[in-house]
Design a protein. Sequence first.
Length: 133
Amino acid sequence: MEFLKKLFNFSDTINGVEFLWRWVVSNIIQVPGGMLVGFGITSGIMGLTMLGIIIASVGIALQFSTLMKRSRALFETPKHLYFYIAYLVVSIFQGFAGSINEYASVFSGIIMVAMFVYVIAQNSGIAKVNHKG
């Protein structure tokens, strides 16, 4: 139970390598969940749809907590929330950018990649052994 509490806790910090690993794992968790949702909707099986939503929700929660932990490691107390919210806003905008025009899609993609690379590559100033997440 402590392990799950450590994974989904929003208050600790992680380093860039842990961020990358957790981000990959959360995406791997979300893929079968999304596939089950799609299959459940097309086949009309509500149980598969609900199971897919539950599995995808676990992946999304892990992704949100991972982003919050890394932003806590990189920024001071009020600024980490600004980065967190900016990342989520750009991510949501990226989902709608394709219907606006191709320039919006390219622009939001470049911003997302730049933010992601910054989060991985930036040194947080916290020793690797002192990260709690």
